[in-house]
Design a protein around this ligand. Sequence first.
Ligand SMILES: *Cc1c(COP(=O)(O)O)cnc(C)c1O
Length: 489
Amino acid sequence: MNYFSTRNDKGAFSAAQAMAMGLAPDGGLFVPETIPTVTLDELKALCAMDYRARAVNIMQRFLADFSKEELEGFVKNAYADNFDHPDVAPLRFTDEHTAFLELWHGPTCAFKDMALQMLPYLLTASLKKAGEARQVCILVATSGDTGKAALEGFADVPGTKIFVFYPSGGVSAIQRLQMVTQRGDNVGVCAVKGNFDDAQTGVKRIFGDADFAAELSGRGYFLSSANSINWGRLLPQVVYYFSAYCDFVNHGGLKAGEELVFCVPTGNFGNILAGWFASRMGLPVKRFVCASNANDVLTEFIHTGVYNKNRPFHLTISPSMDILVSSNLERLLYMLCGDEKTRGFMAQLSADGCYDVGETVRAQIGEQFYASCCDDTATKARIAEMWNTKHYLIDTHTAVAADAIAHYRAETGDETPAVVVSTASPFKFAADVCAALDLACGDDPLSALSDFCAIPVPKPLSGLDQRAVRFDGVTDKAEMRAVVDGFLR
Ligand SMILES: *Cc1c(COP(=O)(O)O)cnc(C)c1O
């Protein structure tokens, strides 16, 4: 199976090449040439497997240049006791037809671990297969969770370096501490004055800088991405949609072959797109509910077909979704419209900050996706409601999804069983969760929340404030290239 760029479907790349490069040479994103199908019998067989076996089974279908034994080795290391739950990605039922898919049992307490504990294995193997002699430097722009998860995944991985930019003031206190105290000899972290889109645009500009690439190449380095623009980030995320479906069936709430609704708190459109790929493979999904916070660019797009990033940027209590340019939407556009139209939309986006996909495509998208958004007040109200009525503690991002699924059910009357994708541990956003519950938490929200709910603080988050700060740099947008240059000297 080969991979193409979303902006040019002529050149073909192997899976290993696509993952090693991250972004296609023309600035597009890599997509598989065909989507493998999973039959109903195969789906039933998946239901009898554990998470690791499901991961090998699904990923192998997309990775023709990797053997089953190789993938088994990766999976054994990526999903081991670095996760604090034996099921890796457990379902938690709040009633008979609603379950939360907990994707935050990994080492950084957010769903990014599902892919970023796997990516270093995929990437280093890809570099070998692609005959790459230079050292890779992973460059990351983060809205908070990707940065830490990527640092944790790549720390001290031989043959790699990793550098992370985060928006100063755009991440939670815990997220910042997690990053600036990161261990490892091959890691670097720096704040950027601006918001996430500034950081992401700066990183994209560095990737597109041919002179810089040539210069780094002379020094034995090349740049690659661990953001969800890398196919190696997206693929491991396809797995947990199958896994959640199987666990729902095994729980007894669903017969294999019946449809589920998935509700996903969305920022860069990576997580929800992985689910969409699963549905294209044959997973029975009725609809995806795309949940946004006050940054409602995707809600408007799904309702109108117009993507318009010219709007105020809101800092919210769900910072990992504070995004105006959802990079992975480009993959959906390619799958629905082809490379030529996608190229046009992306050119309009960079020239005017806006494009219109037209009525036919809008209608197609609307059939498969429902969209809803909510502000911080509604987010907090959902956290309180879930705790008070279900005794279930959710984080601020998951609460945005809890709000969206309620709106979906009320507006459509659809009673199809649903999985709400839970993307972070509530402890990772403890201060805002405390506020939602009207808890006075002083300067120790983790302990306050733990005492109140009688749930222990997850190990990776306790004692963070006692660790030494290693990275206190702050840079202007314009200086990001110089910062990377310095890191690689
Ligand atoms: C990254 C993130 C999201 C958004 O996921 P996308 O793949 O960017 O849509 C939602 N919630 C949390 C906690 C995250 O870290």
